[in-house]
Design a binder for this molecule. Structure first.
Ligand SMILES: *[C@@H]1O[C@H](CO)[C@@H](O)[C@H](O)[C@H]1NC(C)=O
Ligand SMILES: *[C@@H]1O[C@H](CO)[C@@H](O)[C@H](O)[C@H]1NC(C)=O
Ligand SMILES: *[C@@H]1O[C@H](CO)[C@@H](O)[C@H](O)[C@H]1NC(C)=O
Ligand SMILES: *[C@@H]1O[C@H](CO)[C@@H](O)[C@H](O)[C@H]1NC(C)=O
Ligand SMILES: *[C@@H]1O[C@H](CO)[C@@H](O)[C@H](O)[C@H]1NC(C)=O
Ligand SMILES: *[C@@H]1O[C@H](CO)[C@@H](O)[C@H](O)[C@H]1NC(C)=O
Ligand SMILES: *[C@@H]1O[C@H](CO)[C@@H](O)[C@H](O)[C@H]1NC(C)=O
Ligand SMILES: CC(=O)N[C@H]1CO[C@H](CO)[C@@H](O)[C@@H]1O
Length: 733
């Protein structure tokens, strides 16, 4: 299959004089022309030290496959000052028009002279192979994985533990990374196929190590590939023997330096600060508009003199210093017309004399215009709405930078659509009374990281809503599932929580919706259970905090912690064993001191993928949460979401000397309407009269109310029961 169409890149000059330090190749999405030929455009970056190729390599095409070749000149893209050279990189772009009946297209380049290295490698070859079939999911040719490295990677021997390579696939395919069969890799260095992370497993000798890494993309769904000759191939996602859709080679050198006394990031090894984009981020740039990337690093005991960058031609670099060993860099680039739909990898390191920071890489997606008109399709069901956007209507859109009204909710996607689902109480959905209809509204917005200095993405704003005629009793729908919380997050898909009250410690019989507000007696045990549901099969539920408030506002300053930072805060809380997606607990009923008659419980919950000992779920109770070390990228976890249950209403026990209180109680039960309005916002009748968002919010913040009319006597009793924090004198009046 590999034979046939081969475009030879002859770059002999490079290698001979200064040695080969590695290269990377990135393809633009290949295009099929109307006449049946293919347009293949790629950018080739080559690494050096004191000098980099400044002239275009000469390309030849075998067996008449290439009808035309258009080579843009090779330009130096980054270097450490003339003569001083520690690194340089150049990039050249090539567009080839190819005509072939084959199903794949192969690019190959070779040279004799790797830089002298401890692996004993001399000859090198650069390979890329593209499948020329039209994918049934995108109706376009496959796009190759996107990767690159900076020119000069170096790490002190005792500090090198891992190197995270960029391996992005624009279609969301799986990218697998591997060493080619003939690679001479040090036996103490391993490469993780799925994450593309090089890891040290032991002693590695000082010197220059050279690496060749194959990046191959495999579809995550079944799809059909249709070829120019009319044939087609069905590709089963689970077929592990199928060839990759694209395979490209990344080559680089890593110099292992003599050990340093201190490896801590931020000491002499620079550490990136929060304004720097995260590794693997996908950023957006618009043709004709200046794109800027800002990064900041710090080394307390070394001086950062420069940043090394792997980027496109004509990207400019501005390095600035700062206090306390900080340094910053601003990269500016204005994409041209030819760059449209290009995915540009950018990697950078902060450089000190002795060493360098970790390598960070991002991908810039170049799109046409800054305003996108997109259409949303909304499906309304009794307890949720699902919105989907057709990607084709918004070329270049990226789900990772779209959010719903509540930015803790993000979106998922398949190859053709971007989707989000939410219940009417979550993700910032707002209720509006339109007279004859009740409207639940939300919107999709492009969002900007709070840490971002420069807003660079296109603006996307799509309103969507579900409306229900007021005349039908929507209450009957909602009452079915009072505590349904549905969220969507890009890495997790859709997931939801139910938060229920159970009648006993078996946690099998739920208190029926009609029984809300749930009446409890002071000092009774209340049994509550949270259950998670997720698109992902293997997730762990973690309850980070649970607190009680006298109303459905979790921010109410009057609150009492049952669980905080994953630790039990109240001695009556007991957790019952359950499966990984459930959390069952009991707590002794209580009430707030003062004129408060109900209690709502709000918990902050997180879902994690198992297997990461640094995930919030694995860490459990943290007495000092600010010291928690987060390791990014190893496995996924959701952000915290709040879910609320209640109200619980206290009913009074027959206690002596309570006639006065009983009067109060009687009054309330005489006017159930009013009492209800207080405890659960009047149920659903409001629909027929005057709608307020209040009704809506509290209807879903179904709470656990413990009760009115318990005054002085119980207050004192509680104190006697030693539940001190509840009864803090500050709360009494
Ligand atoms: C492809 O195959 C057809 C039929 O065999 C032939 O006529 C045509 O010349 C071929 N094209 C190329 C580019 O080889
Ligand atoms: C390197 O390539 C040259 C010519 O391309 C070949 O003669 C030589 O045998 C190769 N060396 C090795 C070690 O593969
Ligand atoms: C690999 O690491 C182990 C433990 O550090 C060391 O004993 C061994 O010599 C190393 N292997 C090589 C080839 O350096
Ligand atoms: C892929 O196709 C196979 C065989 O046709 C089928 O068994 C499997 O369920 C499909 N998988 C998906 C994700 O559609
Ligand atoms: C880079 O800038 C030069 C000079 O301004 C210009 O001629 C060239 O076309 C630019 N190259 C790209 C790829 O934008
Ligand atoms: C930088 O490193 C070189 C050797 O690599 C050394 O000669 C020089 O003194 C160092 N400069 C500083 C400022 O540390
Ligand atoms: C993507 O999701 C949308 C909405 O659920 C669906 O209509 C569409 O068929 C899906 N596309 C693929 C390729 O699965
Ligand atoms: C122009 C420039 O940035 N030159 C730097 C190259 O690297 C050395 C360290 O090896 C610096 O001292 C130079 O300032």
């Amino acid at each position: 299959m590999a034979a046939g169409a081969t475009l030879l890149l002859l770059a002999a000059l490079l290698g001979i004089t200064h040695g080969f330090y590695g290269d990377s190749i990135s393809f633009m999405p290949p295009q099929k022309n109307k006449d049946g030929t293919f347009k293949v455009t790629f950018h080739h970056r080559q690494n050096g030290r004191s000098s980099c190729p400044a002239v275009s390599s000469s390309y030849t095409c075998e067996s008449g496959v290439c009808k035309s070749i258009d080579q843009a000149s090779v330009l130096l893209t980054d270097q450490n000052g003339t003569g001083q050279g520690r690194w340089c990189q150049s990039e050249g772009g090539t567009t080839a028009t190819i005509s072939t009946n084959k199903t794949t297209f192969t690019l190959r380049e070779s040279g004799c002279c790797w830089v002298s290295n401890v692996n004993g490698k001399t000859n090198w070859t650069a390979d890329a192979q593209l499948d020329l079939g039209t994918r049934s999911d995108t109706r376009a040719l496959n796009s190759c994985p996107v990767t690159t490295t900076v020119s000069s990677l170096r790490a002190p021997q005792n500090c090198f533990s891992r190197l995270h390579l960029l391996a992005h696939d624009t279609e969301g395919d799986n990218v697998r990374c591997s060493f080619p069969a003939d690679a001479a890799v040090h036996s103490n260095i391993t490469l993780d196929e799925a994450t593309c992370m090089l890891t040290s497993r032991g002693h590695i000798n000082v010197g220059v190590h050279v690496f060749e890494v194959m990046l191959e993309d495999f579809p995550t769904k079944n799809l059909t590939l249709t070829y120019a000759d009319g044939t087609s191939a069905f590709r089963q996602a689970s077929d592990t023997t199928a060839p990759p859709l694209c395979s490209i080679k990344l080559q680089f050198s890593l110099e292992i330096l003599p050990p340093l006394p201190n490896c801590e990031a931020g000491h002499v090894r620079p550490i990136f600060l929060s304004k720097t984009p995260s590794h693997g981020d996908v950023l957006h740039a618009t043709v004709g508009q200046k794109f800027q990337l800002y990064a900041q690093a710090q080394a307390h005991h070394a001086s950062i003199y420069d940043f090394q960058v792997s980027g496109p031609q004509n990207m400019t670099k501005e390095v600035g210093g700062g206090m306390f060993g900080k340094a910053e860099v601003t990269l500016s680039w204005t994409p041209q017309k030819d760059d449209i739909y290009r995915f540009v990898p950018i990697c950078f390191t902060a450089e000190t004399n002795e060493t360098q920071s970790e390598m960070r890489c991002v991908v810039i997606m170049v799109t046409k215009a800054s305003i996108v008109q997109g259409k949303a399709h909304v499906t309304c069901s009794p307890n949720k709405m699902v919105v989907s956007l057709e990607k084709a209507s918004m070329p270049g859109i990226d789900k990772n930078y779209l959010k719903l009204n509540d930015p803790s909710c993000s979106l998922t996607s398949n190859s053709t659509h971007i989707m989000g689902s939410m219940s009417f109480s979550t993700c910032g959905t707002k209720l509006e009374d339109k007279g004859d209809f009740i409207v639940f509204k939300n919107e999709i917005l492009s969002y900007v990281l709070p840490s971002e200095v420069i807003i660079r993405r296109r603006t996307v704003k799509i309103d969507f809503s579900c409306q229900f005629p007021k005349s039908i009793s929507i209450s009957s729908y909602y009452n079915l599932k009072k505590s349904d919380y549905i969220f969507t997050e890009s890495s997790f898909g859709s997931f939801g929580y139910t938060f229920e009250i159970f009648s006993d410690s078996n946690f099998t019989t739920k208190v029926a919706a009609s029984a809300y507000p749930v009446e409890v007696k002071l000092l009774d045990m209340i049994y509550m259970g949270i259950q998670a549901e997720s698109d992902l099969p293997n997730v762990t539920l973690f309850v980070e905090s649970c607190k009680a408030t006298p109303d459905d506002n979790p921010e109410n300053p009057l609150s009492y912690d049952l669980i905080g930072n994953g630790c039990l805060q109240d001695e009556t809380v007991k957790i019952h064993p359950s499966d990984s997606k459930s959390f069952n607990f009991e707590v002794q009923a209580f009430k707030f001191t003062g004129n408060y008659d109900q209690v709502y419980i709000t918990c902050s919950v997180i879902l994690c993928e198992p297997g990461n000992s640094f995930s919030r779920c694995a860490q459990g109770c943290l007495r000092n949460p600010s010291r928690r070390r987060r390791k990014r990228g190893l496995s996924r976890e959701t952000v915290s979401h709040y879910i609320t249950q209640g109200p619980l209403r206290f009913v009074r026990e027959a206690v002596p000397n309570a006639a006065k209180d009983n009067d109060v109680l009687m009054k309330k039960s005489d006017t159930p309407q009013a009492a209800d309005t207080k405890s659960n916002q009047g149920g659903w009748e409001i629909l027929d009269t005057n709608v307020s968002t209040m009704f809506f919010a509290s209807a879903f913040l179904v709470a656990v109310v413990v009760m009115a009319a318990v005054v002085g006597y119980f207050t004192r009793k509680r104190r006697a029961d030693d539940r001190k924090s509840l009864l803090d004198s500050g709360w009494e009046n």
